[in-house]
Design a protein around this ligand. Sequence first.
Ligand SMILES: Nc1nc2c(ncn2[C@@H]2O[C@H](COP(=O)(O)OP(=O)(O)OP(=O)(O)O)[C@@H](O)[C@H]2O)c(=O)[nH]1
Length: 439
Amino acid sequence: MKVNVDAWGSMSFFRKLKDRLTRSSSKIDEGLDAIVEDGGTQEELAPTVTPEDPKPQPEPETPPSPEPQPEPAPTEEPATPPPVEEPQTPEPPESVPPLEIPSEPVEAPSAPESIDPPVVPIPSPEPIPTETVTVESTPPESAEKPGLLGRLLGRKETKTVVRRELDDDMLEQLEELLISADMGVDTALRVTSNMAEGRFGKRLSTDEIKNLLSGEIANIMEPVARPMPLYPHRPQVVLVVGVNGSGKTTTIGKLASQFRAAGKKVVIAAGDTFRAAAVEQLQVWGDRAGVPVLTAPEGSDPASLAFDAMTKAQQDGADLLMIDTAGRLQNRSDLMEELAKIVRVIRKKDETAPHNTLLVLDATTGQNALNQVDIFRQIADVSGLVMTKLDGTAKGGVLVALADKFGLPIHAIGVGEQIDDLAPFDPEEFARALTGAAE
Ligand SMILES: Nc1nc2c(ncn2[C@@H]2O[C@H](COP(=O)(O)OP(=O)(O)OP(=O)(O)O)[C@@H](O)[C@H]2O)c(=O)[nH]1
């Protein structure tokens, strides 16, 4: 009954996300390094025998650390056995793309995700009871590369990594770090205490912590990663709400372009009739997307425009009608009334409308995004979220707080101002990008 649209953009997207979330991840990165170094000690990893060494070398003579290191760091692999990065992933079987949200109303526009041939080899950050196992899968960051001479001579290389024992102090520092990345107190506490479960007293390195945190964050995000559902019902009315400047116009343009690319007929209504600039902006995006934008004279009733837009969308047999709305939160009761009126009026034409109410949030507002969800849920029947401007902000953690607190579906994220800078939300990728965990 639901239609799946393949419109959600190219797959290099998440590579882009990784690059662009650098400010969030470098914040966590640097913070983690400092935490682990503060009170941590350098340990030798199991010495690796370089390629030329004839014997497989069972156990090192240097006792490595309390936790033995099953497999040495995946540095220089001489032969060319498996073509792709098998080594990274301990157990591929369970790394089924998390995006294939099978369940319920939503039909994943994220499906194309799985088309991506390099299907995200998930580094299995999941908290396996024996923490040593999880932990070992990451390449030790401080591992030294064997020099050419060393390799030729088959010399044993001693690698080191800084590890710190997980104790109350360290846990507190981790909490603070996550809070500073805008994850919010409650969520930061939950993430760190889940991560610490069964690991108290263990020695952990930065990379190991990143993987563990990333796994915990992905667990929180997974249930909310839901692409916007599409219905065969025509027109499907999508009301787009959010404060001014949150990225509504841009998001509508990006969505319209993607839906259109997927063969959907789209109509846009410029419902923020009070701001000429907003209407113009939407027209620019409509042109870019190749989608008609219905406008009304400045200051006219948005509900009447919505009604006209409904009529046109029905006449044209449009698949989707996207209605932009004003975002003046300063006068909440006016806005509430305005939105309510739009809904009343479009229901005269279709009592099941609107079919989606998207709340667009700006990631750079950090914790304020939580208040916005609270407020908009009071004035509109918010069915899902789009988080914009995740690029270049150090506040990406707010998305985790949102997921944890409200559990509203996160349909898509925006990571740039270009038309294709919007993609379905992939919890694993996001968690790794946020924490800087390795793939
Ligand atoms: N970096 C970045 N900028 C974005 C993103 N989404 C939107 N923007 C920028 O944010 C600014 C505001 O976006 P709009 O789409 O105009 O926001 P709006 O909610 O429609 O705002 P009003 O028109 O004032 O109601 C613009 O300069 C956009 O280019 C994003 O994902 N990343």
